[in-house]
Design a protein around this ligand. Structure first.
Ligand SMILES: *Cc1c(COP(=O)(O)O)cnc(C)c1O
Length: 229
C-alpha cells in the first residue's frame, strides 16, 4: 500500500509541476510518519523515500536510532524550548519555529554543539486560533528580521499549516501569501533559494502550483492515523 501511495503522490507532484512549468526536482516530498510504525517507514525507505517528518520529539528520537542513518529527518510539530537539545544537529530541518524565544534556544544549543541548525519560521497565515505562529504581518516581519540575525541558526524559509478544507482551492490564497512574504519586502532575509514548506495530504497539489519546495504528506501515504491505539 505504502509504495503505491508514494508513487501516486509523487506523480501528482510531477503533474502539478507540469501545470506551472516547474521542475519536479525542486519539490521535496516529506513522508509524515507520525504515529506510524517503523516497519511502514522501512517500506517507504526501501521504495526510495529519504525524507521523513515527525511532530513529536520523543517519537522522533525513538525512531531515529533504529532506522537507516541516511534518512533526512524533519521536525514539523510544535516544539518546546526544553526539548530542543534532543534534536538540534540531528534533524535536517526544523519547520515549526514559531517564536524568537524558541529560535534563541535552538541557536544556543547549536552553538554548544558547534553546528548550524537549518530552520523555517511557522506562519499562521489564515489566523486560526488552533494553529501555532502569528498571523500579524508586523509580528512576523519582526520575527524574520530577529531570527535572521542569529549566528547558529540558518533561516532557510517559511512554513505554514493551512486550514482543513474540503476544497483545496480554498487554501490557494494562503499558499500564495506565504510565497509573497518571502519574495516581497523581506526578500533580503532569506537565502537565494528559499524554502517553502506548505501543503499536506488534502492540498499538496495546489501548494506545489503555488511554489512549495517541501510538501508534508502523511495520511495519503501511510493511511489514516488512529490516535486511540
Ligand atoms: C500531521 C502533519 C502533516 C501531515 O498531515 P496529513 O494531512 O496526514 O498529510 C503535515 N504537517 C504537519 C505540521 C503535521 O502535523
Amino acid at each position: 500500500m505504502v509504495t503505491e501511495n508514494l508513487d501516486r503522490v509523487q506523480n501528482d507532484i510531477n503533474s502539478a509541476c507540469m501545470n506551472v512549468g516547474r521542475d519536479p526536482s525542486e519539490v521535496t516530498l516529506i513522508a509524515v510518519s507520525k504515529t506510524k510504525p517503523v516497519e511502514m517507514i522501512k517500506a517507504a525507505y526501501e521504495h526510495g523515500c529519504r525524507n521523513f517528518g515527525e511532530n513529536k520529539v520523543q517519537e522522533l528520537t525513538s525512531k531515529m536510532p533504529v532506522l537507516p542513518d541516511d534518512i533526512r529527518w524533519h521536525m514539523i510539530g510544535h516544539l518546546q524550548t526544553n526539548k530542543v537539545k534532543y534534536i538540534v544537529g540531528k534533524v535536517l530541518l526544523i519547520h515549526s519555529v514559531d517564536s524568537l524565544k524558541l529560535a534563541q534556544a535552538i541557536n544556543d544549543q547549536a552553538a554548544k554543539e558547534g553546528c548550524i541548525q537549518d530552520i523555517l519560521l511557522e506562519m499562521n497565515i489564515a489566523g486560526e486560533a488552533s494553529k501555532f505562529g502569528s498571523a500579524d504581518p508586523e509580528v512576523n516581519a519582526a520575527l524574520i528580521r530577529d531570527v535572521s540575525a542569529l549566528e547558529f541558526v540558518r533561516l532557510c524559509g517559511l512554513m505554514t499549516v493551512a486550514p482543513y478544507v474540503e476544497d483545496p482551492e480554498e487554501n490557494r490564497v494562503y499558499f500564495r501569501q506565504l510565497h509573497d512574504m518571502i519574495y516581497g519586502d523581506l526578500r533580503e532575509y532569506f537565502p537565494e533559494k528559499p524554502l517553502l514548506s506548505m501543503g499536506m495530504s488534502g492540498d499538496y497539489k495546489v501548494a506545489v502550483e503555488e511554489g512549495a519546495t517541501h510538501v508534508r504528506v502523511g495520511s495519503s501515504i501511510f493511511g489514516e492515523r488512529n490516535y486511540n491505539i
